[in-house]
Design a protein around this ligand. Sequence first.
Ligand SMILES: [Zn+2]
Length: 329
Amino acid sequence: MLGSGARAREAFFDLVYEPRRDGEGAVVGIQMIGVETTQVKHAQGLMLEHQVLLEQIARQALLGDVLDGMARCIESLTQNDVRVSVLLADPDGAHLRHGAAPSLPDFYNQAIDGIAAGEGIGSCGAAAHRRGPVIVTDIATDPFWDDFRELAGKAGLAACWSTPIVARDGRLLGTFAMYHGVPRVPQESDFALARVFTGTAALAIERHHVELAKAAAEARARAAHEALAEAVRVEQKLRAEAEERAAAAAELAAQMRAAAVAQADSPHPEQCQLGGRAGCTAPVELKVTDSWGDSAWGCFIHAEEALFNVPSVFLASEESKGLAAYRNR
Ligand SMILES: [Zn+2]
């Protein structure tokens, strides 16, 4: 550990010890050369973990799983007690939703879910608003945390560094935050970690958005296809009904022609009796009757109209003999 308190950091060194000799070859001292390898060590770990995340993204793993994995990876790469949170921006960029925070308590995640992006709304709301990093090294005294200080205290959080996650086109995608249990000032390696992982998170979130858009487009195409199929079904049904009606009309016309032939020799008036108040001067063609024995002679048009519109009307026919024949059976 180098340094102390808020500035303490873990460091790694390669140490080389060499004896110093005088002209006679006797050892007069030891030369020690230390080369710090912390960054190399971090970079190696980072590269391995990062590779795993990129493979997950390429495999189109669920966004929640990728972000969860990312959070756990950073927590394991960092020697200090760090807890990671990713919030996702609404499409309008005005609010932040829970994305991943596997090591933060549920009550904290629920309370943060839906916070506005705005100046002074914790580290994340401010980072989202500024589109730039917001480093709060001590939540207990930072005015940005006035509204969330008690909540953070309950969750055991003392510092929060937040970096916005931004798409290639500049859209806000979310925020990436590193929380600490004690007040802490970030080191250059922390910034490097944040840069790498906000880039990775941006990739994962943009990929997720593409998948959502694709799914929505597919759903729209399916809906359009179903609407078209329904329209075709309705059209077919209407055409079938129209064909049925046409067939029924043709059958009735044939029956009317046959009845007219059969009734031609019966005595009848000259003019249609079914023209109503307006009257009809067309010559009589056939006789219609109803079940009460009322009957009238009419032209084809008015006889047909009566057959359609009066439920009890039918074509008069001597051939069917009628009720008298039945009574006298
Ligand atoms: Zn008529």
